[in-house]
Design a protein around this ligand. Structure first.
Ligand code: ITT
Length: 197
């Protein structure tokens, strides 16, 4: 089993990513020590790099990965985007604010985006991937699964909210699932089928 240090404070991300990585014989482990980098970047990619670098500085492994992701709403010119986690103080308030802001919006198109950055044991960038999942903002919450904006994001492909999907279904269609499978395939071919580094 190849262990990769994941720079995140979000337990939902590590849970989803470990489900996806299991068939690849890869496990994500939390950083050791105080992981709390300031996300000062202007893009998802820059913030993913900032988090991956913070994980690398804490050490504890040979590969370091971070995810920066968010919800981009057409009606809001791409907001909340990189500020998705800071759009309001709690998940409930973030959803309430989004639904209120969107209450008269006809164009409800939106997408989730996920950017992953992988660093080596010297802190150099090894690989980057991106995943996108397209959908629409619902008029009300539906479903209990997932996290964050999942109850108000209706997937175009399935006409269900992300929160109505099983964990496997979400991973099959989500921005994170797409970005991570691309990353895992790259790691597999880079390091060989044994995945030992
Ligand atoms: P880390 O920075 O510690 O990884 P975070 O939750 O703050 O955790 P981000 O800065 O990447 O992560 O912000 C992502 C936010 O975007 C997240 O808090 C959710 O509000 C939203 N988000 C990202 N992926 C999502 C998903 O799969 N489902 C629902 N909301 C998601």
């Amino acid at each position: 089993m190849l262990k990769i240090v994941l720079g995140t404070q979000n337990p939902h991300k590590i849970h989803e990513m470990n489900l996806i990585a299991k068939p690849f014989n890869i496990e994500f482990v939390m950083t050791q020590g105080d992981f709390n980098p300031e996300e000062t970047g202007d893009t998802f990619e820059q913030n993913a790099y900032i988090k991956a670098e913070a994980a690398y500085k804490l050490g504890g492994g040979e590969l370091f990965l971070a995810d920066d992701s968010g919800l981009c709403v057409d009606f809001l010119d791409g907001a909340p985007g990189i500020k998705s986690a800071r759009y309001a103080d709690t998940t409930e308030h973030r959803i309430e604010k989004l639904l209120e802001t969107m209450k008269d919006a006809k164009n409800r198109n939106a997408h989730f985006e996920c950017h992953l950055v992988l660093l080596d044991k010297e802190g150099g960038v090894l690989h980057k991937t991106k995943g996108v999942c397209r959908g629409k903002i619902a008029f009300e919450k539906k479903g209990e699964g997932g996290f964050g904006y999942d109850p108000v994001f209706i997937l175009d492909k399935l006409n269900k909210t992300m929160a109505e999907l099983s964990e496997d279904e979400k991973n099959l269609h989500s921005h994170r699932g797409k970005a991570l499978v691309d990353m895992l395939i790259w790691i597999k071919y880079k390091y060989g089928t044994s995945l030992s580094i």
